[in-house]
Unconditional design. Structure first.
Length: 140
């Protein structure tokens, strides 16, 4: 059963990655980034690429190697811990760092925020539990 939750979390991460491709256009990033220096703009897009790549990789690992992510080894604990931390930080950021006023401007943004936050919390919980499982098994 736990393996199914890891796969579902992988699908959630894939959904986040796929839908995030629309975010720059929806939030007007290309126009807003014209106001910053060229180097800053390029660094911003590079970081965006790193984040997208990480989301795709986390998804692939979760879907393709769910069993290995639950095998109780120190490496499994480190990988699941990384993914749990990654998404846990995103959950905290959603409620502390981000200006959520944009979600009040359009219904699409309100719906998207609910779906994204639900996915962030689900993935964090699944990988947090997987990390606890792996750490417990590794220290036995």
């Amino acid at each position: 059963m736990f393996r199914i939750f890891i796969i579902l979390a992988g699908l959630a991460q894939l959904g986040i990655a796929a839908t995030s491709l629309a975010i720059p256009r929806l939030l007007g990033w290309p126009e807003q980034l014209q106001r910053v220096e060229k180097l800053t703009r390029r660094i911003f897009w590079t970081y965006g690429g790193y984040i997208l790549g990480a989301h795709i990789w986390f998804s692939a690992v979760s879907i393709g190697w769910a069993g290995e992510l639950l095998n109780g080894t120190p490496l499994a604990a480190l990988v699941t811990g990384l993914i749990a931390t990654w998404w846990g930080v995103r959950v905290v950021g959603q409620f502390t760092w981000y200006d959520r006023a944009v979600s009040e401007t359009r219904t699409l943004f309100r719906v998207a925020e609910v779906l994204y936050v639900t996915a962030f919390v689900f993935v964090t919980a699944v990988f947090g539990a997987a990390t606890l499982h792996n750490v417990t098994a590794a220290v036995r």
